[in-house]
Ligand binder design. Structure first.
Ligand code: PMP
Length: 359
């Protein structure tokens, strides 16, 4: 069966060569006579997999030695709880509110301490990222939380705020590994895997060591970063196959030239679609130009009926999962690392044909 161009926001497209490699190794991994899915998480073969995944991620993101990489479960959503449970020492944190996911992070954190929403873009329907360069962050905060890429609204930070000594915590679920970032600016980075890392079921946490070991007394053992840090993410059975798939994705990214090269490709892909949207008389993007995401690009025609007609045409052309999130409507093209440039070009072609037939 032919593969489609899958614009899903997540779980989303994976590199075809990665899927092919996993398929080739599926029944008999490294002459073990079994699949990675059947390997003990305490075996030396699995140990090699998780160590390589960690090393490759460290290389790809240039992660300093004083940061730990944790391979966890529970999705980015569980981090909405783990962050306050582990970092809320004084009892107060600042959140920047930029969309549906930050809303959930804020709601959850409120159970564990006092939350200040320091800035919000709710006034304009989350179509921009608030300017933070003039903000003086109050030293009382245990941490400041941002969502670097807003998957649903299609916005992203172009500059990472400088929070000084206050740890900056980032939900990077939908743009981790898509562009070069300076890990040293962050206290904690977390991401669900199912966009730029691999299949669902794995959650990555990159955490500065001094932030580990401060969890609340009644923090469940599985939600304490120290538990996972002390046991190299092997306190209990980790999502072994998802970690293996992530390691193949990291390998693919390294072979391709690393995150810098990936960023170049991502900027090129996004420019093709934004370039078309800018001159189109039928399709438009709701997002302010300087806050545009490279990963998730919402767009719409002028009516819901035309949107539906376009979606049907796109589907017939093999461009799938383009329907926008129910809270935003219209369309959304998620063009993560594994979306080839050909997919974006094909999308623009189909949009052009549609527009020409509706003049
Ligand atoms: N944060 C962001 C920015 C997301 O895009 C998502 C999922 N799409 C989540 C959090 C929730 O992730 P999970 O489903 O892994 O809990």
């Amino acid at each position: 069966m032919d593969r489609v161009y899958n614009f899903s926001a997540g779980p989303s497209v994976l590199p075809q060569s990665v899927l092919a490699k996993a398929q080739a190794e599926l029944l008999n991994y490294a002459d073990s006579g079994m699949s990675v899915m059947e390997l003990s998480h305490r075996s030396s073969l699995f140990n090699d997999i998780i160590e390589k995944a960690e090393k490759d991620l460290r290389d790809l993101m240039d992660i300093p030695d004083n940061y730990q990489i944790l391979f966890l479960q529970g999705g980015a959503t569980l981090q909405f709880s783990m962050i306050p449970l582990n970092l809320m020492v004084k009892g107060k944190a600042g959140y920047i509110h930029t969309g549906s996911w930050s809303k959930k992070a804020i709601q959850e954190a409120k159970k564990y301490g006092e939350i200040d929403v320091i800035a919000s873009s709710e006034d304009k329907g989350f179509t921009y990222i608030p300017k933070l360069d003039q903000v003086q962050f109050d030293q009382v905060y245990d941490y400041i939380h941002i969502t670097t890429n807003n998957t649903i609204e299609g916005t992203a930070y172009s500059d990472i705020p400088d929070t000084g000594d206050i740890p900056l915590v980032a939900d990077m679920s939908s743009n981790i590994l898509s562009e070069v970032i300076d890990v040293k600016k962050f206290g904690v980075i977390y991401a669900g895997a199912q966009k730029n890392i691999g299949p669902a079921g794995l959650t990555l946490v990159i955490i500065r060591e001094d932030l580990i070991g401060k969890a609340k007394k009644n923090c469940p053992v599985m939600l304490d970063y120290k538990t996972h840090s002390d046991s190299n993410s092997l306190y209990n059975t980790p999502p072994t196959f998802a970690i293996y798939m992530a390691s193949l994705v990291f390998e693919w990214l390294k072979e391709l030239g690393g995150v810098k090269k990936m960023e170049e490709l991502n900027r090129g892909k996004a420019a093709i679609l934004y370039g078309y949207l800018e001159q189109s008389k039928l399709f438009s993007s709701p997002v302010e130009k300087e806050s545009r995401s490279l990963m998730n690009i919402p767009f719409a025609t002028s009516t819901a009926a035309l949107d539906a007609e376009f979606l049907a045409k796109a589907q017939a052309a093999g461009l799938v999962t383009l329907k926008g999130h129910r809270s935003v409507g219209g369309m959304r093209a998620s063009i993560y690392n594994a979306m080839p440039v050909e997919g974006v070009k094909r999308l623009v072609e189909v949009m052009e044909i549609f527009e020409n037939s509706h003049k």
